[in-house]
Ligand binder design. Structure first.
Ligand code: PRP
Ligand code: URA
Length: 210
């Protein structure tokens, strides 16, 4: 069975994505929106975190109330554009550790090339949320998930802002155990492997490099 695709069905996400798509949105606004949407998708991606209970004394009475079970969590951005989402995830899960995978897409072959990797020591015991704004051909996410599995990780989710149907199909085929959380699913890829209508090059827009 393939992994599930959870598409955010929320007016705030839809509204913010439209501003992101706008080619005239400034680098400052783009960066802030990526972080905000990241926070909102994290809300959905953490919906199944296990809870336990603890005693708490309110100003009125003692009670037993829910608290996170303390499952270990790590967010893994795919460099560079994935960095733009880390802050939003950490605002929701402040105790998360952060691992980094550096990949860039070879512009000719569209295949990912790895240039950096640094993980928390106990990463294999953690729930992993890989983050990247764009799931286009799926090559980068496919490789990143593969690396995390080589580290021994068994619970992996992928969070993106925009996904192309081609990328979703690739991940569902290579990694049927991985659920995808995304802001929206766009129409297709163009001949350069860009998502249509998309938002352009996410890394360049976050870091202002074009
Ligand atoms: C972009 C994006 C993804 C990748 C998606 O990164 O952030 O990592 O492309 O494309 P794919 O699904 O076809 O692999 P890019 O390679 O442009 O590097 P950058 O983050 O450094 O800009
Ligand atoms: N990477 C991007 O940044 N944008 C796309 O549309 C495809 C890959």
């Amino acid at each position: 069975m393939s992994g599930k695709v959870h598409v955010m069905d929320h007016p705030l996400v839809a509204h913010k994505l439209t501003i992101l798509r706008d080619k005239d949105t400034s680098v400052k606004d783009f960066r802030e929106l990526v972080s905000e949407i990241g926070m909102l998708i994290t809300y959905e991606a953490t919906r199944d975190l296990p809870l336990t209970t603890r005693e708490v004394e309110t100003p009125i009475a003692k009670t037993t109330a829910p608290t996170l079970k303390g499952k270990k969590f790590a967010v893994v951005p795919i460099l560079r554009a994935g960095l733009g989402l880390v802050d939003g995830v950490l605002r929701m899960v402040p105790s998360a550790r952060v691992g980094h995978i550096g990949l860039y897409r070879d512009e000719e072959t569209l295949e990912p090339v790895k240039y950096f990797c640094k993980m928390p020591k106990d990463v294999a015991e953690r729930e992993i949320l890989i983050v990247d704004p764009m799931l286009a051909t799926g090559g980068s996410a496919d490789a990143a998930i593969g690396f995390m599995k080589e580290y021994g990780c068994t619970s992996i989710k992928l969070m993106v802002l925009l996904a192309a149907p081609e990328g979703i199909a690739r991940i569902q085929k290579s990694h049927p155990d991985v659920d995808i959380y995304c802001g929206a699913v766009d129409q297709r890829l163009n001949e350069h492997g860009y998502i249509v209508p998309g938002l352009g090059d996410a890394g360049d827009r976050i870091f202002g490099t074009k």
